[in-house]
Write a protein that binds this ligand. Structure first.
Ligand SMILES: Cc1cc2nc3c(=O)[nH]c(=O)nc-3n(C[C@H](O)[C@H](O)[C@H](O)COP(=O)(O)O)c2cc1C
Length: 344
């Protein structure tokens, strides 16, 4: 197995550990949707459907990119694609770098995710390496995704012993990529959030899809810190919970940047958090850590029924939140009453 595949497999183990979560209060707990004692809608008539990337979804939910390119990663992705397709939710693969570098095609996922938005994935750090643009186009060619996500993870890379430290030129390469393909490009963080400044600049070069992946859930500084050297641990110690909390990122972007599709993610724990993110301005909501923990037990055995059960519960929780806010559809939920406790 290549070093890249081994690292991706290690990431799955580390992300399932309790230590992998941000050690700050989850900012989504600051959102209080207002209870409506007079809902004026029927609990069994709540409509959670929406559209994303031109396709219908049963609920505004996405399984975020995590893996691919190793036997274990491919087995996980196959199940995630099948489950997402059955539930009619969006699904993203993890970085395609490992699979592409081994000529290990992931094209079979497109057949499993026929009816849903499928999102490819590559790191910005790879995009600016020699041959980066060609690699991105190969990623699109291989998966035939509905969008290609480019992840921005400067904090994670800085903690990694083998991490990429050169980040100049990402904007130029993204602008070239946007011009080189008709597949929509999505930008995502991995747990430290996207700022208004970054999103505005990227919107100005034609990017329309942004997954905030804010602080509050899976924490890559903490995960990578457990595998780095002592000197780097000492340097990075104050930055373990660095980042923009998910609630803050969504609020800021909703007010400041028009004409984009926002994906709310980073510490989403249940269907009420999904409803909170939608109310904060997200168009759809994504999660990763919670889903891999449901799918893969500590001993590595895979339990698709367990993940399917969690998704059913989340969909019901979204419906409960919508009913109790008097929102019969997603548009109404976005306009429902609510309040945000001050974010410290
Ligand atoms: C095991 C695991 C592997 C991940 N690998 C990738 C990846 O390859 N590319 C990427 O863009 N994000 C990756 N992520 C980040 C997620 O897509 C997501 O943005 C982040 O974990 C925040 O969501 P969460 O708090 O619900 O986990 C990974 C997350 C997990 C848990």
């Amino acid at each position: 197995m290549s070093d890249l595949s081994t690292r991706k497999d290690e990431h799955i183990d580390l992300a399932k550990d309790a230590e992998a979560l941000a050690q700050v209060p989850n900012s989504l707990d600051h959102v209080r949707l207002t209870h409506q004692a007079l809902p004026e809608c029927d609990a069994d008539d709540i409509d959670t459907r929406t559209r994303f990337l031109g396709k219908p979804l049963a609920a505004p939910l996405m399984i975020s990119g995590m893996t691919g390119g190793s036997a274990r990663g491919d087995a996980i992705n196959k199940l995630l694609a099948e489950i997402a397709n059955t539930h009619k939710l969006a699904f993203g693969v993890g970085s395609q770098r490992a699979s592409l570098s081994q000529n290990n095609s992931q094209s079979q996922l497109r057949a499993l995710a026929q009816d849903i938005p499928l999102i490819g994935n590559l790191g910005a750090a790879q995009l600016i390496e020699e041959g980066g643009l060609t690699l991105a186009l190969k990623a699109i060619d291989d998966l035939a995704p509905d969008a290609l996500a480019i992840h921005l993870n400067p904090l994670q890379e800085l903690v990694q012993p083998e991490g990429d430290r050169a980040w100049r030129g990402v904007m130029d390469m993204l602008a070239k990529l946007v011009k080189s393909t008709s597949t929509p490009i999505m930008i995502k963080e991995v747990g430290a959030g996207l700022s208004v400044k970054a999103v505005t600049r990227l919107r100005d070069i034609g990017i329309r899809y942004f997954d905030v992946a804010g602080l509050g859930g899976t924490n890559w500084a903490r995960i990578e810190n457990s595998r780095t050297d002592q000197r780097r641990q000492d340097i990075m110690a104050p930055f373990m919970d660095w980042g923009i909390p998910t609630c803050q990122a969504l609020l800021d972007l909703r007010d400041a940047v028009n004409d984009i599709q926002l994906i709310g993610s980073g510490g989403v724990r249940h269907g009420l958090d999904v409803a909170r993110c939608l109310w904060l301005g997200a168009d759809i909501v994504a999660a990763a850590g919670v889903f891999i923990k449901a799918l893969e037990a500590a001993d590595g055995s895979l339990h698709p029924d367990q993940l399917s059960h969690v998704l059913d519960i989340w969909k019901d929780q979204i419906r409960v939140a919508m009913f109790l806010t008097g929102s019969s559809n997603i548009k109404a939920l976005k306009e429902a009453d609510g309040a945000i406790a001050p974010l410290s």
